[in-house]
Design a protein around this ligand. Structure first.
Ligand SMILES: C[S@@+](CC[C@H](N)C(=O)[O-])C[C@H]1O[C@@H](n2cnc3c(N)ncnc32)[C@H](O)[C@@H]1O
Length: 284
């Protein structure tokens, strides 16, 4: 039987403000005075206007778990993109007497995958390949009034010195090398019996081509191999199908975690090169 998620507390209603997504609307907000405490309905409306690759659909889960993070513990999110999941986390911790810091990691540069995705689903954003998105995301998140720190750059270069982590949301490390790096970097700061994990790509491999499945199964394989350290968290609504959440229950020695073996599969750049070859040959 898994742990269950409670609904987040509803912050008090103070002053009505509306924040459409987009820098123009946000600038108006920043110019406005006294819009700090806003009704949760407006925060939800603003959060739901973020272009999303899953964070908005997972909103109830993210808000519920963020609301339960004990004082003094941080929230870590890998894979900000334009801030859809971060916005939900920010609502979850709104109105807390002791602020909860949200650390969100991303390249904050539009890569080929994001560019293609945004071109189909959000052409109105006009995102350019290689565009720096950090300032845009920071502005969109400002209305929540929370301590959100955006860490730009490759996740493989990141280290963690931010203390114990109460909630760890991973929407970035689908493959063995980044996932292993995330575990050895952030895992030692997880607290047994307290830290919740949201793995948004846990079942991503199920919809992938056969030749990539071993590589993309890394999160599922890790949890299965360490099942006595994690307990599934049940939720009573449907988040995106690839998402699973777990409570970290028993200490793991991350320093002794061997790098994942990738047999018969390719990682990172090699997989990209393979895709290009398949496209050139007309196989994809
Ligand atoms: C699936 S998207 C995140 C979606 C977001 N959580 C949402 O719900 O809308 C993954 C993000 O990870 C970023 N990313 C991919 N590889 C990365 C790396 N090695 N280092 C840092 N960021 C990376 C991408 O630029 C992209 O913004």
């Amino acid at each position: 039987m898994g742990a269950s998620v409670l609904a987040s507390p509803v912050p008090a209603v103070r002053k009505r403000c509306h924040f459409p997504f987009g820098v123009a609307g946000i600038r108006e907000y920043l110019r406005a005075q006294g819009c700090k405490g806003v009704p949760v309905s407006d925060l939800l409306e603003h959060a739901s206007s973020f272009p999303s690759m899953g964070g908005t659909m997972n909103g109830p889960l993210l808000r519920g778990l963020a609301a339960k993070v004990p004082d003094g513990l941080a929230i870590v999110e890998l894979g900000t993109w334009l801030g859809a999941g971060t916005a939900q986390l920010a609502i979850g911790v709104s109105d807390r007497p002791v602020p909860v810091t949200i650390h969100s990691y991303d390249e904050f540069r539009v890569n080929r995958t994001d560019y293609a995705w945004a071109g189909i689903h959000h052409p109105e954003l006009g995102l350019g390949l290689g565009q720096d998105t950090r300032a845009m995301v920071a502005a969109a998140l400002a209305p929540f009034g929370q301590d959100v720190r955006l860490h730009a750059g490759s996740i493989l270069e990141k280290r963690w010195t931010g203390g114990p982590i109460g909630l760890f949301v991973d929407d970035l490390t689908k493959t063995p090398i980044p996932f292993h790096h995330a575990l050895v970097t952030f895992g030692p700061s997880w607290v047994p019996g307290v830290t919740a994990l949201v793995l948004m790509d846990y079942f991503y491999w199920k919809k992938a081509e056969r030749w990539r499945r071993d590589m993309l199964r890394v999160q599922t394989s890790f949890i299965e191999a360490h099942a006595s350290h994690f307990e599934p968290i049940d939720f009573d609504y449907a988040p995106i199908p690839s998402t699973r959440a777990f409570l970290y229950t028993r200490e793991l020695d991350f320093a002794r975690l061997p790098p994942f073996k990738v047999r018969r599969t390719l990682d990172g750049r090699a997989a990209g090169a393979m895709r290009r070859v398949r496209r050139l040959l007309g196989w994809a």
